[in-house]
Design a protein around this ligand. Structure first.
Ligand code: ADP
Length: 471
């Protein structure tokens, strides 16, 4: 089966979050299972571009409204990622340093999608499946089915995977000319709440819709930033497939970002050596449990509550723990977390920014990972943390609910709480500090969570079964 994944992110080429991790791994596992999966993404100006060899495989031109643009498709020559990797270059529009965050993101991703569809239209053997990820690729199913120039693509089966339904890419009808000439009777397939909504359009037009955990799929029917009724209506074609993690890339025995490797057989010693590095670098105390947070500093992740949680923990539980925060996002939260450093007594530090190497060292050296998310479609951090022997502390929501069982429940191995509220989070930290004191239980838990198999091997098969369910 020939599958083309279309995405704005793909690790290690460009990653802003979990989407990049998934698209960087899933196709390789699909290929190992005998399918032919490839990825097309925008050509950004990232280091990966300059450190690899590329060949031009296609040149074309298309219209975004009245603007006639040229695009080029280049292919990575060494198959370094384990799947054919194509980049779509539009001079001056896509070739920027960041993935998102520009005023013309609507134009950038519309042009990207038009380029992809236009390129596909030039293929002699069309793919069996076009698998689009999130709203940046969400107009593609509509374009393949209802744009006159691309009618040849009408019968390609399209799948949408939603990694985060908060972001939908909506824009006004004044930009309707961005979509290549289309059958105006089909207006309803583009529209949601008075706007052109790429995510909603993909939900309506795709043959199947998946999201990255079963619980999140259920939650979307009551909480999806305005799309609730649509999810309720389309529930028949929607299902949840939990993300896997790439055990090759995320492996404490050979992670290229860490110096002190370890496995279940020497986890206590291995983690201690990594913790030592962190404590030296950030001036923290080695004998206290180390709580970390890694992620976008946004309300979705519950990051806005962290400053008060940290203050309350020191006040009510005592200075019995260290906190180390890595992330970037909302300015107010960044500032509050940075200014907390003045109250540190060698037990609090923060790093504002994105730092892959530091994140790996933190997963390796920490004792507990905090994830007080308000919304968490799947969550990869808790899976990485467990792989590196770090006990997850999570709010029971989305994929966190599906992957972390509270220690107090049968077969449990993590700490879970119900509400993204300062009191609940602080209480969970209190429980963790108590657990840290029970050395045997704590050490056994580390070994247990490291042995779980959250790899892609099983999950990739679920996507293949879904594709095959069309036959
Ligand atoms: P998201 O909602 O951001 O996609 P996920 O849990 O699905 O959340 O994925 C987050 C990924 O991004 C993980 O690989 C995590 O380690 C990484 N990450 C997030 N913020 C940072 C940061 N500031 N530095 C390094 N890695 C980060």
């Amino acid at each position: 089966m020939q599958i083309l994944h279309v995405s704005a992110e793909c690790y290690p080429v460009a990653k802003a979050g979990g989407l990049g991790d998934v698209v960087g791994a899933l196709p390789r596992f699909q290929n190992e299972m005998g399918e032919q999966a490839a990825v097309i993404m925008p050509m950004y100006r990232t280091p990966y571009l300059y450190s690899h060899e590329w060949e031009v495989v296609h040149k074309g031109s298309a219209y975004l409204g009245h603007w006639n643009f040229d695009y080029t498709i280049i292919k990575e020559q060494s198959n370094a990622q384990g799947f054919p990797l194509y980049l779509l270059d539009i001079n001056g529009l896509l070739d920027r340093e960041k993935v998102y965050g520009y005023d013309d993101d609507t134009e950038r991703f519309c042009a990207f999608q038009i380029g992809v569809v236009d390129w596909l239209n030039s293929w002699s053997n069309l793919p069996d499946i076009v698998h689009v990820h999130d709203h940046h690729a969400g107009l593609i199913p509509f374009m393949m089915q209802h744009c006159y120039a691309y009618k040849r693509l009408e019968f390609i089966k399209s799948i949408l995977t939603i990694h985060n339904a908060q972001y939908q890419g909506a824009f006004g009808w004044d930009k309707t000319i961005y979509i290549p000439q289309w059958d105006s009777w089909k207006r309803g397939l583009l529209e949601w709440n008075g706007q052109i909504n790429p995510l909603a359009s993909a939900i309506k037009c795709c043959w199947k819709v998946t999201t990255v955990s079963n619980t999140y799929m259920r939650e979307l029917r009551t909480m999806s930033n305005g799309l609730e009724d649509l999810f309720e209506y389309e529930k028949g074609k929607c299902s949840g497939i939990l993300n896997g993690i790439d055990f090759e890339v995320w492996d404490p025995e050979k992670d290229k970002y860490i110096d002190h490797h370890f496995s279940t057989s020497n986890v206590q010693e291995g983690k201690l050596r990594n913790k030592q590095l962190l404590c030296e670098r950030f001036g923290l105390s080695l004998d206290k449990p180390l709580f970390i947070f890694i992620g976008r500093l946004v309300g979705e992740k519950g990051a806005d509550l962290l400053p008060q949680v940290i203050g309350d923990s020191f006040h009510y539980i005592g200075r019995k723990m260290n906190f180390l925060i890595l992330g970037s996002g909302e300015k107010e939260t960044e500032e509050k977390l940075s200014s907390l450093q003045v109250i540190s007594e060698g037990d609090y530090a923060t790093y504002i920014g994105y730092n892959e190497a530091l994140s790996r060292l933190m997963y390796a050296g920490a004792d507990f990972l905090l994830m007080p998310s308000r919304v968490e479609p799947c969550g990869l951090n808790q899976l990485y943390a467990m792989r590196y022997g770090t006990i997850p502390i999570v709010r029971r929501t989305g994929g966190l609910l599906d992957t972390v069982i509270d220690m107090g429940d049968q077969g449990g191995y993590g700490i879970a709480f119900n509400h993204t509220a300062v009191g609940d989070i602080t209480h969970a930290i209190y429980r963790a500090v108590e657990l840290y004191g029970q050395k045997t239980t704590f050490h056994n838990l580390r070994e247990k969570i490291m042995s779980f198999d959250f790899s892609w091997t099983k999950q990739a098969g679920e996507y293949i079964s879904l594709y095959k369910s069309f036959d």
